[in-house]
Design a protein around this ligand. Structure first.
Ligand code: URA
Length: 313
């Protein structure tokens, strides 16, 4: 069920989506897909501005006026075995894209040359579903740890930096607890442009697989240049974009090592998930356990105090 709370201006995304009013109207299939993506990545609320709420109210009014069509069937997707989750190679679908030219001597120069090409990257811009301000990456070009999100949002687009909004602040806190500064790691997104929405103000949406695929050459090239010891995919969308899995909940992908282009990769919840579930210590602990695994892998010292963060007393 999708329930609107007029006091908090949030939508609750429940488990019975196939029978909700959104599921009976064909033109909103992409919205349904997007809402499902949110649920899969662990989000159960979305914020709506006044305009969006009015559009939804109109949809409800329309739905009441028109004869309902058969609800769209939503079938559970089979979950791959642990073995098939270990390597992305067997499931990777390749779409031919232009070759990137990597110029420069050191990692920083090479990344600059990528950044310039990203600004005018036609495979992404010609989709016409992304906004045209490019947001590249931030941090250390020779970092041991690389964190990959999905796409810039309103704040990231405004400031031209990845992860600088509320989710970014949460990420900074996580990094600090691990003993990293934001400058010591490399932070990037699969999709380099903010996904567009009709009548968009500060609202954001997740990138589609097509949008991520159009930008994939960049993250691949960034990984090659930076050469991190390990990668953390932040959220289900980023994991799906990198590993080319379909409809896999983060809960199924975390707690094991995957691999992207030969580099060990760990999946965890998107930092925004913790923003929406601030009271849920159990969820914080899950993210923290993922980060402890990363710290162990990087052979970082871990204090007793760090090990006990968010643990049940
Ligand atoms: N969410 C992301 O996945 N990336 C950002 O840069 C900001 C929010």
């Amino acid at each position: 069920m999708v329930r609107s709370d007029t006091r908090t201006h949030e939508l609750e995304l429940g488990p019975h989506r196939s029978s909700c009013f959104l599921g009976t109207v064909a033109p909103v299939d992409s919205l349904i897909e997007y809402l499902q993506q949110l649920v899969r990545s662990g989000e159960h609320y979305i914020r709506l501005d006044e305009e969006a709420k009015e559009i939804l109210r109109e949809r409800i009014r329309e739905g009441k006026r028109t004869v309902k069509t058969t609800p769209r069937e939503i079938r559970p997707t089979p979950v791959p075995s642990a073995a098939s989750l270990q390597s992305s190679k067997s499931t990777q679908k390749e779409v031919p894209l232009p070759q990137l030219k990597i110029e420069g001597g050191n990692a920083s120069e090479k990344l600059s040359s990528l950044r310039k090409q990203a600004e005018i990257w036609d495979p992404a811009l010609s989709l016409a579903s992304l906004r045209d301000t490019m947001v590249f990456a931030a941090g250390n070009p020779e970092a041991d740890l690389m964190l990959v999100g999905e796409a810039p949002g309103y704040e990231e687009e405004r400031r031209g930096q990845p992860f600088v909004g509320k989710a970014g602040q949460k990420l900074d806190q996580i990094l600090k607890a691990m003993g990293f500064s934001r400058e010591s790691v490399y932070i990037s997104n699969i999709c380099k442009f903010r996904p567009a929405l009709k009548n968009q103000t500060t609202n954001n949406r997740k990138p589609t697989p097509l949008e991520m695929q159009a930008c994939l050459p960049f993250i691949r090239a960034e990984i090659k240049i930076v050469g991190p010891k390990c990668i953390v995919a932040l959220g289900g969308t980023a994991a799906e974009g990198l590993l080319n899995y379909e409809n896999q909940p983060v809960g199924r992908m975390r707690e094991q090592w995957h691999e992207f282009e030969g580099i060990p990769l760990r999946v965890t919840y998107h930092p925004s998930y913790l923003l929406h579930n601030d009271s849920a210590v159990t969820e914080k602990r899950k993210v923290w356990e993922d980060m402890l695994s990363v710290m162990e892998f990087l052979e970082m010292p871990i204090s007793q105090k760090q090990r006990a963060f968010f643990a049940e007393k």
